[in-house]
Design a protein around this ligand. Structure first.
Ligand code: AHR
Length: 496
């Protein structure tokens, strides 16, 4: 099998926003409790924040972490999670059929985010919550002092404002599974009035309105059009969400990138339709604030419990490869996708897995995310690709090898991310860098293996991990490499 990718320095898709490397912690299952927060854990600090998990988070260089939900958000009163812990109410979380102790809330999360080197993408409840609640939360978090809510924050131990810049206005409000789900017109009106209060409290914040929760929902993409027609002037981003799972056809699964690509293109077109309709000069950006592999078919009913084991998917090498295809797609839409949150971060459909009282380890999907986060910063270049094709049942003909590439103008380094989706054939791949001078390969890794079902575990944490590949010499800027069958590859060059 053969593939070729040519990169031209001037042929830019757009700047990669650092917020493309964001993630998500929902007050769900063990994401918070025994995930990032476990008082008494051997690595926990005085606030009960797990040090082992925090180190793995830091290593991912996550930009924003969305919090507190998720479906949880639509029934959550943020005021339950502030103040003295022994006075906080224990509630039923009806979204996930869980008992919520509220031991952990926005103040603790902000502290965790600071210690972890990330920033917060907060979310306000548009289900049972009111526009007033949302405005009060912005005041509590961001107003310096001298008002009821800001003084309460100070009394609760945070003299300095949290200065949370990014705010989601609800979560998946198009989904009938959402507590107090709304139709597009009702959500659009509520979101607009809510953003007015939020931005009139702090005019420096950026807001994200709910777009479609999935392409499978019948209201997609009409929902997005209607919501944007109501909110265009106040919103800075519209969110989209998408999860993929393997229903038994590996080739379809490995081609999930194709569906994500179509989704982004349709959402972008919908934004631009509304821009034209509104005669607006503003270009709406996308916040892909939930994306991942998620085996939703594994969900089972469970009793009411505190911090149960929910959505604890264990990822295989094959999952990591499909995930890599999604990561490539996000980079190739860097001009319009300005925020993207890997959902989620710890324990719940997550790259990091932590056992209570024991250690934490990296799941397979950790690696492609870390690769793009470490090396995907700069300008996304348009890869000009020719590749052999594969025929899939679900999407028809798709390229067998896909690429994304980022040029970092400061360090003068090019990073190429490549996925060979063929399970049977290696790809003889040509990389044409003649548009750059003095190129030199400086790093090459691959994530691959003979057992695509291999997973990591506490006992065997490095079973699936990238390995170094010998560097190749170029011939006047042209490099010929062998990309192994079923492999995720990072190839980096210095250049001028
Ligand atoms: O991330 C898991 C769930 O997926 C979130 O709570 C919800 O927003 C989405 O449906």
């Amino acid at each position: 099998m053969k593939a070729k990718v040519s990169l031209v320095k001037e042929f830019k898709i757009g700047d990669v926003d650092p917020n493309l490397f964001s993630s998500f912690i929902e007050q769900l299952g063990r994401a918070v409790y025994t995930g990032i927060y476990e008082p008494g854990h051997p690595t926990a600090d005085s606030q009960g924040l797990r040090g082992d998990v925090m180190n793995l988070v830091k290593d991912l260089r996550v930009s924003l972490v969305r919090y507190p939900g998720g479906n949880f958000l639509s029934g959550y009163d943020w005021k339950d999670g502030i103040g003295p812990k022994d006075k906080r109410p224990v509630r039923l979380d009806r979204a996930w059929h869980t008992i919520e102790t509220n031991e952990f809330g926005i103040d603790e999360f902000v502290d965790w985010a600071k210690k972890s080197g990330t920033q917060v993408l907060a979310a306000v409840n548009m289900g049972t919550g009111t526009p007033q609640d949302a405005g009060d939360m912005v005041e509590y978090c961001n107003y310096p002092s001298g008002t009821y809510w800001s003084d309460l924050r100070i009394a609760n131990g945070h003299k300095e404002p949290h200065n949370i810049k990014y705010w989601c206005v609800g979560n998946e409000m198009d989904g009938p599974w959402q507590i107090c789900h709304l139709d597009a017109v009702d959500y659009g009106k509520k979101a607009l009035e809510t953003m007015k209060i939020m931005k009139w409290t702090d005019d420096s914040i950026k807001t994200v309105v709910c777009g479609s929760a999935t392409t499978d929902i019948p209201t997609y993409p009409e929902w997005d059009r209607i919501v944007l027609e109501h909110t265009y002037d106040y919103a800075d981003y519209i969110s989209i969400h998408r999860y993929y799972e393997n229903f038994g056809n590996d080739d379809d699964f490995l081609a999930s990138f194709y569906d994500m690509d179509k989704f982004i293109k349709t959402s972008t077109a919908t934004c631009d339709y509304v821009k034209a309709y509104k005669r607006s000069n503003k270009t709406m950006m996308l916040s892909f604030d939930e994306w991942n592999i998620w085996y939703q078919q594994n969900q089972k009913p469970h009793p009411w419990e505190k911090a149960p084991r929910l959505l604890e998917d264990k990822y295989s090498l094959l999952d990591a490869l499909a995930f890599g295809g999604l990561a490539i797609t996000l980079l190739n839409h860097a001009d319009r996708v300005k925020v993207a949150c890997l959902a989620q971060l710890v324990n719940v459909i997550a790259p990091i897995f932590a056992e209570p009282g024991k250690g934490a380890y990296r799941q397979t999907i950790y690696w492609p995310f870390r690769d793009i986060s470490l090396y995907g910063r700069g300008v996304s270049l348009q890869p000009v690709v020719t590749s052999d094709k594969k025929i899939t049942d679900k999407y028809g003909e798709v390229p067998a090898v896909i690429f994304a590439s980022v040029y970092n103008e400061e360090t003068k380094e090019i990073s190429i991310f490549a996925l060979n989706t063929s399970k049977s054939e290696n790809s003889e791949t040509t990389i044409d860098l003649r548009s750059f001078s003095n190129t030199k390969m400086i790093m090459r890794t691959e994530l691959t293996g003979t057992d695509l079902s291999a997973q990591n575990s506490l006992e065997n944490p490095d079973k699936v991990a990238p390995s170094k590949v010998e560097l190749s010499e170029g011939d006047n800027g042209i490099y010929t490499l062998n990309l192994k069958k079923a492999s995720w590859n990072v190839i980096r060059f210095s250049a001028e």
